[in-house]
Design a protein around this ligand. Structure first.
Ligand SMILES: [Zn+2]
Ligand SMILES: [Zn+2]
Length: 650
């Protein structure tokens, strides 16, 4: 009898079955599972030979679906081992629901033509192309250049060169659903649209695309982070654009960082990977500086498009009585730019009208009953809403605590409030709000871009959705309403993220021939990051940030893992967290911080506690954590999650 291991997309692991025919690893099989039938994948794990042969059920049927290749299996195993997640839960990300259904009219994918368009490169671009072409087998390259330096053309050329001999290319982009501009550029260069992969696809689109990738019928896939788990047969190149973008870190289910896992996938495939960014992450920057990655820099191509003039509006000098969120300096600049018929962008990374509503009479604050969070006022819908769980109530006319009428005050600004202020200050200006609530599909977004391009909008007010690389020739003024916003909170990467985001936002001003201006409103004008932004000095920022992380032995100079213990009942969750911390290995190289109540101590009705584990760079983190947690038994109802290389600390 031949035993095989079959893995299911569940947390339970592999089960033994009896192979009735040749059933190689990667094959999809239908097998009896309890009283029903289940679909699993023959896995390359050794069978559990302790189970007596008479208890082993036969795996009767092999599905007519292309099997997972050895590289995809190796990748799933690797990700599970690194993130300390059940292999089945990682496999789940590599499978598509309704795989057995057949599409009546399957999607077809055209073959990109590497020679569709001839590009004339600058010397610097040609040199970058040559360096990328020189990578033989696995290798990581950082493609480092500002927006407008021609990074995309360079990596398009690398794609074209790798496709000449056949094979497949994966491009990862953040927020893929909205990048119609990128898809159009691809089509211009290669004559066809690439296959796309993101959460907004229909099940049919997902199935067709998955099958086309597995059968090698599509050669280029552009996708969000989950595209990493597609069953590529013959990867020749991976590109991660905007590699610094924190949306590459998945914060639900299996917690993984798509950029880091993309490097692993490239290594397994033995192919090069290009990380592209105008503001590389500190991790990538340090790896490039240490010579582990090739560092390819592109200077700004357009001599007449400089970074904008950067002005700091010191918000500490505001008149006490004034409740405006738009400073006199920004107001003056808006007046000037609008008078010239130019456009402005006001950036505030906060949806709604006001982040907090309180009662002037008794001090009552509106808090979410399910989360440690204030309810955000949304004036357009007349409601107060939790941005973590969605709980919403209509805004009451009187205070629910002291029943005083007209006593509720809105504190702080959201984009709706800035819009209201603009309407009062510039009644003739056509201003529009752009957030994920206002725009939730590519067509709406394309429509907005069109109205902006044709001059039907004077002022855009929006969240980080607007930070991405859209070019508006007539947009010459960017106002950052709260430049300090991301700096608080004790988050390891707060400074880095603020620098990257604001640098990117400010870069929206004056990309074409016209000189742009950016106004940063800050209560901390002496802050190092505000200073580096003002002087457009990325090198100084990276040097200071590197030094700080090195001193504190924080990533990439040390390793971090978070243990999050949560439960519906507070006492057992706290007890479990204390037990876990108490069982920590005693090692000079391991620092255990906590447990403490998480900043979001209550989230969707669950009480949460955090333990942060900090180790040296060479620590075998996964092995240490697995051993440690195996020594602790947690009661039912208490959930323990591990976050290797955490990016969020809430
Ligand atoms: Zn009150
Ligand atoms: Zn909530």
């Amino acid at each position: 009898m031949q035993r095989i291991s079959v893995l299911f997309p569940t947390p339970t692991g592999c089960y033994d079955y009896r192979a009735e025919a040749d059933m190689p690893a990667g094959a999809f099989v239908r097998v009896p599972f309890g009283r029903r039938q289940a679909v699993g994948v023959v896995w390359d794990a050794p069978p559990d030979n302790t189970i007596p042969p008479e208890k082993i059920k036969p795996a009767a049927e092999i599905l007519s679906v292309p099997p997972l290749g050895a590289q995809t299996i190796a990748f799933v195993n690797w990700v599970a081992g690194y993130t300390l997640s059940p292999v089945g839960m990682v496999l789940k990300m590599a499978l598509i629901p309704d795989l057995e259904k057949t599409s009546k009219k399957p999607l077809t994918f055209g073959a990109p033509d590497p020679a569709h368009q001839t590009i004339r490169f600058s010397d610097k671009q040609a040199e970058a192309v040559r360096q990328l072409a020189g990578i033989d087998g696995f290798g990581v390259a950082l493609l480092d250049g500002v927006t407008g330096s021609g990074k995309t053309e360079v990596y398009f050329e690398a794609i074209a060169q790798r496709l000449v001999d056949g094979g497949q290319v994966l491009v990862l982009l953040p927020e893929i659903a909205l990048t119609t501009a990128w898809l159009d550029r691809f089509e211009t260069r290669f004559g066809v649209k690439p296959a796309v992969w993101h959460s907004a696809l229909t099940p049919k689109q997902r199935r067709d695309t998955w099958l086309a990738v597995a059968q090698g019928r599509t050669s280029v896939v552009v996708g969000a982070r989950s595209a990493l788990f597609l069953p590529f047969r013959d990867l020749k190149l991976i590109v991660v654009d905007e590699e610094h973008d924190t949306s590459f870190k998945q914060e639900e289910g299996v917690l993984y960082h798509a950029r880091d896992m993309a490097i692993v996938r490239a290594k397994i495939a033995g192919c090069p990977i290009v990380l592209a960014s105008a503001t590389p992450s500190l991790e990538t920057y340090c790896n490039a500086a240490a010579g582990k990655y090739r560092h390819i820099t592109l200077p700004d191509r357009f001599a007449d498009a400089r970074m904008p003039d950067i002005l700091i509006a010191d918000m500490r000098c505001r008149d006490k009585g004034a409740v405006r969120f738009i400073s006199p300096l920004l107001c003056q600049k808006l007046t000037e730019h609008l008078a010239r018929g130019e456009q402005a962008l006001l950036f505030l990374n906060r949806r709604g009208y006001a982040p907090l509503v309180l009662c002037r009479a008794c001090g009552h604050r509106f808090q979410c009953p399910h989360c440690s969070a204030w309810l955000v006022e949304h004036k357009s819908g007349g409601r107060l809403q939790c941005h973590h769980c969605g709980h919403a109530i209509p805004k009451p006319a009187e205070c629910p605590a002291c029943h005083e009428a007209d006593s509720l005050v809105s504190c702080g600004p959201g984009v709706e409030r800035i819009h209201e202020e603009i309407a009062a200050l510039f009644p003739a200006a056509r201003a529009e709000i752009v957030t994920s609530e206002h725009i939730d599909n590519p067509a709406q977004f394309a429509d907005l871009l069109g109205r902006m391009q044709t001059g039907l909008i004077d002022i855009l007010i929006g969240t980080q959705m607007l930070a991405k690389g859209y070019h508006f020739a007539n947009l010459t003024l960017v106002g950052v309403i709260d430049a300090d916003m991301g700096l608080g909170g004790g988050d390891l990467r707060a400074g880095e993220r603020t620098f990257q985001l604001l640098h990117q936002v400010m870069g929206r001003a004056g990309r074409a021939a016209k000189q742009g201006t950016a106004v940063l409103q800050s209560f901390n004008p002496d802050n190092m990051i505000i200073g580096a932004l003002k002087n457009n000095d990325r090198t100084a920022f990276l040097a200071a940030e590197t030094q700080a992380r090195q001193m504190l032995e924080m990533p990439p100079f040390g390793r971090l893992a978070a243990i999050i213990v949560s439960g519906k009942n507070q006492a057992p969750a706290w007890e479990a967290a204390r037990k876990i911390a108490g069982a920590a290995p005693k090692d000079a190289d391991i620092a255990v911080l906590g447990p403490v109540a998480a900043p979001m101590a209550l989230l969707r009705n669950k009480y949460r506690f955090r333990i942060l584990v900090k180790t040296g760079r060479d620590c075998k983190l996964q092995k240490m954590l697995a051993g440690w947690l195996s020594r602790v038994r947690c009661p039912a109802g208490v959930d323990v999650r591990l976050d290797i290389d955490p990016y969020s600390f809430y």
